[in-house]
Every structure is written in structure tokens, then in C-alpha cells.
Design a protein around this ligand. Structure first.
Ligand SMILES: [Zn+2]
Length: 192
């Protein structure tokens, strides 16, 4: 009878029968594709918990159940490992890296290319949830200033200002938030 293959210790390849946990595989794969990030294993939870830090800030905690986000993300606070059953681990790792990219962290695709943020599409018909006005919504560009030709679509907010994951600003009332919060133009014609 052969023993269970724990993977190749020389090359670090992990086999399917490996004892390496899902959370450890995910944490190590994400650290490898997140330049400057640091993987830490809390002494009290060796083998169970893994943490990813970037520039001294805790961003992700991996445990038996899933990954908890400690950075502002548009939709999610965590990813549960039951997703791995549906999508497979490589895709779940990609989902997490995508969320980091959307939150302005520089992370890499499996081909070692920088993952770019998705373009934001806003319509002039969308209205601000704060002042209820249309026409003032612009996309936040993290910069100190903005060339005049871009000011129709973008508004500049310095990197020093914490926008807590916001991607758009109403230039009429200075509300900031995300696209999903915008009010759609009423479809039905109003009675007069
Ligand atoms: Zn507004």
C-alpha cells in the first residue's frame, strides 16, 4: 500500500491529495500575485488562519470558512469556500484578486499582467441619491488635478483622501459612493 502523496517537497507542487488546506493554498496563491504583500500566520492559529498584509495594513484573513475582506470592497465582505466547489479554486482566487484590483491594489493575473479595473459606465440620466439631481455624477480619478478635457466625465480626488471604496461623486452636492447607489431615471412618464 502506498502512502498518501503530500506533494513534492522539492518543487513545492501541491498534489490533489495534499494536506495543504484550501485557505493556505488560496492565501499563498494571492500573496504570489500581489507584489509587496506579506503573508502572515498568526501564532495562535498556525495552520488554520492566514493573513495578508500590504503596507502594514491587514487586508485579508483566510480561515476554514473562507476569506474575510478588511479593505473596502464594492459588493462583498467575504468569500466562502463553498464557492470553490462550484467554480474551482483558481477562479475563486481570481475573484478575490479582481476585488483587490477594483479597490485600487496592484495585483497580477495568472499571466503576471496587472489586473486593470473595470471601466465604469455612467449615464447622464442617472441621479444622485443625496440631492436627487441628474447631470452632476462624475467618475472619481485618484489624482491631485485633472486635465480640462477630462472634466466632463471625471472629477479628481487626491490619493491622500480616503474615499472608502467610492468610485463616483456628485459634483453638485459632493456625495460620493458607488454606481449601484445611483437612482435610475423614472421609466414611466409622470402624470401632469
Ligand atoms: Zn448630489
Amino acid at each position: 500500500m502506498t502512502s498518501i502523496d503530500d506533494g513534492c517537497t522539492a518543487c513545492g507542487q501541491v498534489s490533489e491529495l495534499s494536506a495543504v488546506s484550501v485557505q493556505e493554498q488560496a492565501a499563498r496563491a494571492i500573496t504570489a500575485r500581489f507584489p509587496g504583500s506579506i503573508l502572515q500566520i498568526p501564532a495562535s492559529k498556525v495552520g488554520d488562519n492566514f493573513e495578508i498584509y500590504f503596507q502594514g495594513k491587514l487586508l485579508l484573513v483566510f480561515d476554514k470558512k473562507g476569506t474575510r475582506y478588511h479593505f473596502p470592497s464594492r459588493r462583498k465582505r467575504n468569500v466562502k469556500w463553498d464557492k470553490v466547489t462550484t467554480f474551482g479554486l483558481p477562479r475563486v482566487i481570481d475573484f478575490i484578486l479582481r476585488d483587490l484590483a477594483e479597490a485600487d491594489y496592484e495585483v497580477l493575473s495568472s499571466k503576471q499582467k496587472k489586473i486593470l479595473k473595470r471601466p465604469i459606465h455612467i449615464s447622464r440620466y442617472m441621479r444622485c441619491p443625496e440631492c436627487k439631481e441628474g447631470g452632476g455624477i462624475k467618475i472619481i480619478l485618484r489624482a491631485d488635478s485633472l486635465p480640462e478635457e477630462n472634466s466632463q466625465l471625471f472629477t479628481a480626488i487626491s490619493h491622500d483622501v480616503d474615499v472608502n471604496g467610492a468610485e463616483i461623486q456628485c459634483t453638485l452636492c459632493h456625495w460620493i459612493g458607488i454606481r449601484e447607489q445611483l437612482l435610475q431615471k423614472r421609466r414611466r412618464a409622470r402624470k401632469r
